[in-house]
Design a protein around this ligand. Structure first.
Ligand SMILES: Nc1ncnc2c1ncn2[C@@H]1O[C@H](COP(=O)(O)OP(=O)(O)OP(=O)(O)O)[C@@H](O)[C@H]1O
Length: 258
């Protein structure tokens, strides 16, 4: 059974507080007869350092949940909060929460290196330092030789690795990756995921990856399941998963203490 989520006292910032938490969150698109309830009744939290897969079929609400967690969208009911991120205004969230989107997201006129350095420059990092950090991130993703290329000179896998490098260069505390391997072949997908997880671990960043692929999900420590806009926990033995955790289970997802 789900456990109770301890409340975090108003205004309290703790190193072990959840990076993001959802309390009875819902998001409805449109209104009237055409309204689509994309997610509803969501209660979950992501502790620091957690590695979570959100697994579910197309249309189950995974991207909507991820966008709500990132602060890119607002719930129509309930509350999304970031108790573990100081001063969680939009700019702060952007700095601390890195989002890897499903499709191509690079700016076409900028080189690979410029694409990776740009968010750092926007954050106010001096040019030389931003360039150095971009080079380090590109090296981690084995992209140094492609640094001067334009996005349309890259394969899909290379472009997705650049998108991952761009997120990691910012040293986020939480990486939200929306089907990061969805458009890649299996081998490239595994490689991108392994690098994402390895680098996030080095940085001490939490990772939440949405996927419909159970093989990808197994690479993460914890799996949450979505269906029809709800987070669900399969009955024991259902699906043959070796480690399935409820999104509000303090023991399994790393815990959140008051
Ligand atoms: N902007 C929108 N306007 C109207 N309906 C939307 C919008 N975005 C998503 N939806 C609907 O909300 C539901 C959840 O969509 P969402 O993209 O979150 O699912 P998903 O699990 O991420 O799917 P996929 O794996 O295909 O990306 C779907 O029924 C979708 O059609």
């Amino acid at each position: 059974m789900p456990t109770e989520i301890p409340s975090v006292a108003d205004g309290m910032q703790r190193m072990d507080a959840a990076l993001v938490r959802c309390d009875d969150v819902a998001r409805t698109y449109g209104s009237g007869p055409a309204a689509v309830v994309a997610v509803h009744g969501l209660d979950c939290h992501v502790p620091p350092g957690a590695r979570i897969a959100v697994v579910g079929p197309s249309g189950s609400g995974k991207s909507t949940l991820l966008h709500l967690m990132a602060g890119l969208d607002r719930p129509t009911a309930g509350k999304v909060s970031h108790p573990g991120i100081d001063g969680a205004d939009a700019d702060t969230l952007t700095r601390h929460i890195g989002v890897v989107f499903q499709g191509p997201s690079l700016l076409p006129p900028l080189t690979v290196a410029e694409n990776v350095a740009l968010p750092l420059r926007i954050d106010g990092v001096p040019e030389t330092e931003a360039d150095d950090r971009a080079q380090v991130a590109l090296a981690r993703l084995e992209l140094t030789e492609l640094a001067r290329r334009l996005p349309d000179e890259l394969s899909a896998g290379q472009a997705q690795r650049v998108a991952v490098a761009r997120v990691l260069a910012r040293r986020p505390r939480l990486v939200l990756a929306d089907e990061p391997t969805g458009q890649l072949d299996r081998a490239t997908g595994r490689q991108v995921l392994a690098i994402l997880l390895g680098t996030a671990q080095e940085l001490g960043a939490a990772v939440l990856v949405t996927t419909h692929d159970p093989r990808i999900a197994r690479a993460l420590d914890v799996r949450w399941y979505m269906a029809d806009g709800r987070l669900i926990r399969p009955e024991a033995g259902d699906g043959g998963d070796d480690r399935t955790d409820h999104p509000t289970d303090q023991r399994s997802s790393g815990g959140e203490k008051t």
